[in-house]
Design a protein around this ligand. Sequence first.
Ligand code: FMN
Length: 306
Amino acid sequence: MDIDLGVTLAGIRLDHPILAACGPWTATGPEIQAVAKGGAAAVTAKTVTSEPRAGHPAPNYITWDGGALNALGLPNPGIHHWLTEFAATRERLREWGVPVFVSVYAESPQEFATLASLAAQVAPDLIELNASCPNLGHDPTTGAGSAEGIAFATAAVRAAVRLPISVKLSPNTSDIGRVARLAEEAGADAITAVNTLPAMLIDADTGRPALTNRTGGLSGAALKPVALRCVYDISRAVAIPVIGVGGMATARDAAEMLMAGATAVGVGTAIDSHGPRVLGRIALDLHDFMAAHGYPTVAALRGKAH
Ligand SMILES: Cc1cc2nc3c(=O)[nH]c(=O)nc-3n(C[C@H](O)[C@H](O)[C@H](O)COP(=O)(O)O)c2cc1C
C-alpha cells in the first residue's frame, strides 16, 4: 500500500505530521538545526519576549517516572537580540525546506501585536502565540491568560501580521473548546494544544517543593491523556486544524493524537529524553503503523476516535 504522510496545516505543506514543539531544545540556532536534522517536519522555536528574561533559578527542570516538571520562566535573549541571532538559522531551514514557527509571549494584546510584527521580520511560516505559560505567576483570569484575553491578543496579532497564527492553549481550563472557538473567531488559523499543566512535586526528605519556583508545568507521559482529551474537545469545537502536543514519544502516541482530531503532532519532552532523532523515528514508525493498519493517508486517521 502507498502511504502518504504529507499534511497541510494552515496552508503550510508538511512532509509528515511530526513537529518539534517549543522548548529549550529549540532555544538556539544550533539546537533548531539539530531538531530539523533529527527529522522534524517543522520546528517551533523557543518562546521569545519583548525584553530579555533570565528565567527562574535552578532547580527548574526535573524528571520523574511520569515525565518532567519545569519552571524555566521563559529565559530568552529578547526579540531584538533574537532576530539577529536567528537570521542565519532561518536561512538554513529555508534551504532545507523545513518550515519554522516562531513562538511569542507578551502581557497585553498590544504587546503581542508589536512582538509578532517584529518576529515577522524573519519571515517565519507561522507565529505561535504562547497564551499558556504556567510559570509566570499571572492571574489566569486577566490578561492573555483568560479566554477573552486570548481572543483580544489573537485579534490584535491578526490585525498586525499576515502570517498564519496558531494559538497555544493551556489544559488548565474548564472548557478548552470554548477558548479555542474564541481564538478561531478572533482570526486564529490553528490551535496548538496543549502547553504544560500546572503541577508540583515535593521532596519527602526535606519537605520542600522540588522546584525553586515551587510549582511548575507537567509534561511528558503523564500529560498524554489530558492532551488527547483537550484535542478531542477542541477539534469538535473548531474548524481550524489542531497541533496536538503532550506526552508524544512514539508512533502509536502520534496515531492516537491524530485519531483525537489533530492535524499535526508536536513532540517536546521526548526530544529532551531521547535526542532530536526521536522525531524522524516517530515519523518512520508512523508510516509503518499506517501501512500495517491500512491507513493510506493521515486524513484517514484524523478524528477516527470521534
Ligand atoms: C522545559 C520545557 C520548556 C518549555 N518551554 C516552552 C516555551 O517556552 N513556550 C511554549 O509555548 N511551550 C513551552 N513548553 C511546552 C512544550 O512545548 C509542550 O507544550 C509541553 O511540554 C507538552 O509536550 P511534551 O509532553 O511533549 O513535552 C516547554 C516544555 C518544557 C518541558
